[in-house]
Every structure is written in C-alpha cells, then in structure tokens.
Ligand binder design. Structure first.
Ligand code: GDP
Ligand code: MG
Length: 185
C-alpha cells in the first residue's frame, strides 16, 4: 500500500511563487519527499509526459465544462481536445517546473485529493487548485491557453510508476526514514 506519486508544480505555480505553499501542504500531511528537482522541459519531453492519447480526454473535459457554462458548440471531442492538447504542450514548456516524488501509504490517492478537480472552478476549497487557481478548463479552451491549474499529480498507481521513471533516474531518488516512521514502529 506504500506508493509513490509524481507531482509537478507547473510553470504557472512556479511563476506565482507557490512552491513553498504547495510543498508545505504535502509535508504537513506526512508524505515523504524522496526526490526533487527544477527542470525546464522541451516539446518532445512534454509530449512524453502528456501523450497524444489524452486528446479525447481533454476534449471531453472542455465539453463537460462548456455544458456547465451554457456554451454551445458544434465542435467535437477530438477537435477541441487537439487544441487543448497543443495549448497544454506550449504551456508545459513555457518555464521551469518543480518536479518531486512523494511517498507514503496510498500516496497517489491522497495527493489527488489534496490537488483537487482538474478544472479549478470545480475544485473544493482546501484543495490546492481550489484555493489558488481562479480559472476553468472551459475558459482556458475558449481563450486558447493551456489549462493553468498549477499542479500535476499522477492519476493512478500505474501512471505514477511510468511518470516517476520518466522524470527521475533511480539515483535521484532517496531512501530515509521520516520521524513519523521512526516513531510509529
Ligand atoms: P489532471 O490529471 O487533473 O491534471 O487532468 P488530465 O490528465 O485530464 O489533463 C492534463 C492537463 O491538461 C490538466 O491538468 C490541464 O492542465 C489540461 N487540461 C485538461 N482539460 C483541459 C481542457 O478542457 N482545456 C484546456 N485548455 N486544458 C485542459
Ligand atoms: Mg492526469
């Protein structure tokens, strides 16, 4: 049940000076940071992190938002998804990202809960996106900019394994005991 999750503070989060705030939340909850680095990625790398298979998913998220917001469209999931994906890749490469790996019991699920809904207008207060991001994915697609929702977190344990491997070499990950572990055994 001990999992690792890949978390990225995206370029908007770094530019807004939210690194400390975000890390503090994960440390407070007792998740262990086992690797961390700042990196600016190119288009090729961004496309490995956000593969093309995401296109219909992004299109679907835009359509769901637009329905909520009462925006009518004749465009389909693929067309909207392609645009959102292009904007996402551009956004991902626009500045440095802080990448880190968190480890702990049910880390993937706990981190997702703390990050909140993909579209910040639906993210609960108390979540990172809900507390700090004032947009919706539907709005981002209308305005043709990347979905600036501050943070990425692995969606499933499988996704986490692949993403940790993509961003970190084995030697960049560390093993140590936190005080929580030392004091509860
Ligand atoms: P996540 O796992 O909650 O980050 O969401 P996804 O994996 O579905 O999408 C990856 C990223 O694409 C999101 O974090 C957003 O930055 C962006 N994104 C998702 N849906 C949309 C959308 O409808 N429009 C735009 N412009 N960006 C989107
Ligand atoms: Mg995702």
């Amino acid at each position: 049940m001990i999992e690792q999750s890949l978390v990225l503070i995206k370029p908007d989060g770094v530019q807004r000076g939210l690194i400390g705030e975000v890390i503090k939340r994960f440390e407070n909850v007792g998740l262990k940071i086992v690797g961390m680095k700042m990196q600016r990625v190119d288009k090729k790398f961004a496309e490995r992190h956000y593969p093309k298979r995401l296109i219909p998913i992004l299109g679907g998220k835009t359509l769901a938002d637009w329905e909520d917001l009462g925006i009518k469209t004749t465009k389909g999931k693929e067309e909207l998804g392609k645009q959102a994906w292009n904007d996402l890749i551009k956004f991902t490469t626009e500045g440095p990202i802080l990448a880190f790996v968190l480890e702990g019991v049910h880390a993937v699920q706990i981190v997702r809960k703390m990050v909140g809904h993909t579209s910040p207008h639906k993210a609960d207060p108390g979540t990172i996106r809900g507390d700090y991001s004032p947009i919706s994915m539907g709005y981002a697609t209308v305005r043709k900019f990347g979905g600036r929702n501050l943070i990425h977190a692995s969606g499933t344990v499988e996704e986490a394994k692949a993403e940790v491997k993509l961003w970190f070499k084995p030697g960049e990950l560390h093993t140590y005991k936190t005080v929580h572990e030392t004091h509860t055994r």
